[in-house]
Design a protein around this ligand. Structure first.
Ligand code: FBP
Ligand code: AFP
Length: 336
């Protein structure tokens, strides 16, 4: 039987193999993974845990919060408060960054997270997940504010997500490939199940919310119309469509068997540049996807090169199999 490599063993071996992985970053990843296990348990209890339904509150985006959104946010904040690895946290659910309480030592990293992505799926027992991103805290900053988080995606030192599905899976990049761990519920450990996952450059599967079709811009209309035209159209092959409406689940499918995911700007909310958040969703997913050989753009620019202007900034997202992202991006640039 092959040796089961736990997340702890994987991180220690990475630390030995590569000078770039400091011990406090390794410990920070372990703390986040432990928080994901707790969220996985809460999600898994479903109606029995009394955690389904609305919390009766709104978040900074004006969206109704689910009880599990609030609980997951608290689990991540509490888990990360005392470890001494972080200078501050920022969450999709909170307007401002949360400093580390004064009673605890402060570390050198900034953590950003979407505590429970895809939360419209919680009450209907469909996969949801947690997305996170780790940045360095700039030198000499003792009390990080929102501006200190506004670093381009290329500055991320780690990113990952957990999917709470039929099994709980943790996907992680430290900038040297993307690796998949599966939660062994008996052992309570994440076990490495795919090292260096690779996204095929070509695919026959796409993910987009088709109900927004009439609101899309011309390059998105053109791209999707050509996929729908199938083998008789310009792309010369039939495509299949999947849309879970949980970005973590859609991205995980793409990591597993290829595909392209699109959440473009649309005319439904013309003042918003997109639905998904740059710092909590687009940047960490772009880092993970690029490290697996895929691509991630806004339709025009590489997501990781964007210089953020606000903590809760939204962006259009096109990511996944490289050749499909390249075609969709070319159609935008042709139209400009
Ligand atoms: P939330 O952060 O509010 O969950 O929104 C993000 C998200 O759920 C993504 O995970 C998903 O890809 C998308 O929104 C689904 O959007 P739609 O409801 O338009 O299908
Ligand atoms: P299976 O029995 O082969 O899984 O097919 C049933 C099913 O997966 C059903 O659960 C879905 O609604 C449907 O097929 C999906 O069909 P498309 O592949 O055409 O989207």
């Amino acid at each position: 039987m092959p040796e089961a490599i736990s997340l702890t063993q994987f991180l220690i071996e990475e630390q030995r193999a590569r000078q770039h992985l400091p011990a406090d970053l390794r410990l920070l990843i372990e703390v986040v993974a432990r928080a994901c296990k707790r969220i996985s348990i809460a999600v898994g209890k479903g109606a029995l845990g009394g955690v389904l339904g609305d919390a009766g509150t709104g978040n900074v985006q004006g969206e109704a919060q689910k009880k599990l959104d609030v609980l997951s946010n608290e689990i991540l904040l509490q888990a990360n408060a005392w470890g001494g690895h972080l200078a501050a946290c920022a969450s999709e659910e909170m307007e401002d960054p949360q400093p580390i309480p004064d009673v605890y030592p402060k570390g050198n990293y900034l953590l950003l997270f979407d505590p429970l992505d895809g939360s419209s799926n919680i009450d209907v027992n469909i996969s949801v997940g947690t997305i996170f991103s780790v940045l360095h805290c700039p030198d000499d900053v003792t009390h990080p504010a929102a501006e200190h988080f506004l670093q381009p995606g290329t500055a991320q030192v780690a990113a990952g997500y957990a999917v709470y599905g039929p099994s709980t899976v943790l996907v992680l990049t430290l900038g040297h490939g993307t690796h998949v761990f599966t939660l062994d519920r008996e052992l309570g450990s994440f076990i490495l199940t795919t090292r260096n996952v690779r996204i095929p450059a070509d695919t026959k599967e796409f993910a987009i919310n088709m109900s927004n079709r009439r609101h899309w811009d011309a390059p998105v209309q053109r791209y999707i119309d050509e996929l729908l035209a199938g083998r008789d159209g310009p792309r010369g092959k039939d495509y299949n469509m999947r849309w879970v409406a949980s970005m973590v689940a859609d991205v995980h499918r793409i990591l597993t068997r290829g595909g392209v995911f699109l959440y473009p700007w649309d005319r439904k909310e013309p003042d918003k540049p997109g639905k998904l958040r740059l710092m909590y969703e687009a940047n960490p997913m772009a880092f993970i996807v690029e490290e697996a050989g895929g691509a991630a753009t806004t339709g025009r620019e590489r997501i990781l090169d964007l210089v953020p202007t606000a903590l809760h900034q939204r962006v259009p997202v096109f990511l996944g199999s490289k050749n499909e992202v390249d075609v969709a991006t070319r159609y935008h640039l042709d139209a400009d």
